[in-house]
Ligand binder design. Sequence first.
Ligand SMILES: Nc1ncnc2c1ncn2[C@@H]1O[C@H](COP(=O)(O)OP(=O)(O)OP(=O)(O)O)[C@@H](O)[C@H]1O
Ligand SMILES: [Mg+2]
Length: 266
Amino acid sequence: MSNNGNSLLNYLESTPMDLRVSNLYKSFPDKEVLKGLDLHVGPSETHVILGKSGVGKSLLLKCICGLEPYNSGSVFLNGEQVLSDKDLAKYKIGFVFQSSALFNSMSVSDNVGIYLREHRLVKDEDQYRSLVSGALELVGLSGVEEQFPSELSGGMKRRVATARVLVMSPDLILFDEPTTGLDPMMTKTIGELIVTLKETINTTQVVVTHDIEFGKYIADRISIISEGKIIDVGDPGNLENSCNEVVKSFISKKFDEREGKYEERI
Ligand SMILES: Nc1ncnc2c1ncn2[C@@H]1O[C@H](COP(=O)(O)OP(=O)(O)OP(=O)(O)O)[C@@H](O)[C@H]1O
Ligand SMILES: [Mg+2]
């Protein structure tokens, strides 16, 4: 991917965040999902989380950014425990939702630029258009500024949602399944984007994915979540050598795109 001259990459300024989750418990009336989960993601790290469907990956991301309350445990951002929304508001945390969550009544351009407008971050319309176009170029979607979400495929919506987060100059980006529904070329574009963000603005990134090969490509470290906890953490090359039988079996599983789950339960 060429970064030269991309107006957004030249504009972005992030302060990479240190994230620590300690002994996190989260349950619903009918089930306990997170059961004492620990996670550490260092500044500028790209940390991939792999785990079967329903294990609590999306929930973990929502607990980290304050969208879901948790029963007990702690989240620390740059070493400070998050105790209120005010603590969270000090940081720029971008969340690329599994469902994209675009505003259907707004154009792609307005969806991507909403943060810039709300926070009055641009000096004029030219800068606004240039940053929005730069964000769309980074996700491989130039030229769709005036379209509406209903005119886009699921994969395109996902990329617009990613562009919307990029313009925030986030200190931490949480990606929930950024490549589901994308073809291999677009998966590569998103993978390259995540690597570019690491290399250019050093953003800390947590990426939940079911795509093991994609995860290995982008990750500094990979965590495996099972039964409400992180059961192993390792470098992308090391997980195959894990002594943990659950991890070994998981890493060797194939994901069935049509069924939306791994070939069998772990
Ligand atoms: N608001 C909620 N109310 C009740 N149960 C919930 C709620 N949100 C999540 N859950 C349950 O918590 C569990 C974990 O959900 P979560 O969406 O985090 O799974 P996931 O690991 O992201 O799965 P997938 O890979 O399919 O996206 C699931 O059993 C889900 O049904
Ligand atoms: Mg999920």
